[in-house]
Design a binder for this molecule. Sequence first.
Ligand code: HEM
Length: 130
Amino acid sequence: MSKSDLVFQSYGRCCNRDEFFVDFYSYFMGSSDAIRQRFVNTDMPAQRHLLRAGILQLVLHARGMSDRKLKALGESHDRTGYNIPPEWYNLWLDALMTTVRKHDPEYTPDLDRAWRDALGPGIEIIRGAY
Ligand code: HEM
């Protein structure tokens, strides 16, 4: 199985867990007060749904989907949008992998690397738009 297949299937197992996106935002907001501040006025149930789709875009990009949707996320997150500093994306990915480790019963260090390798280029499109 290719790395992107492994990641696709892992994400499927994670999405079966109701707490996955709740835990992601606890880890992510726990990584800095400045990050927590950005979500004080956010409707979190809606945001969890949006992120579910956003991560799917990253996973599908690794499987050959076009850049279009990720470029749109790059625009919403750039300095004229949510103004998300590029260095925060490492915290985002670390929080995601902490959450995968917790929820995917088939988690291994190799799978962790497969996720990071698969998502890297797509994250770079969003971060690079800054
Ligand atoms: C909104 C995905 C990284 C903060 C969103 C939305 C999606 C999304 C799908 C909703 C659609 C939109 O408004 O464009 C992602 C993905 C990321 C990422 C896939 C990583 C590659 C970050 C980071 C931060 C952040 C690092 C830092 C705090 C926000 C905020 C909103 C948002 C503040 C708007 C919340 C609101 O409506 O109140 N993100 N995001 N995102 N994201 Fe991200």
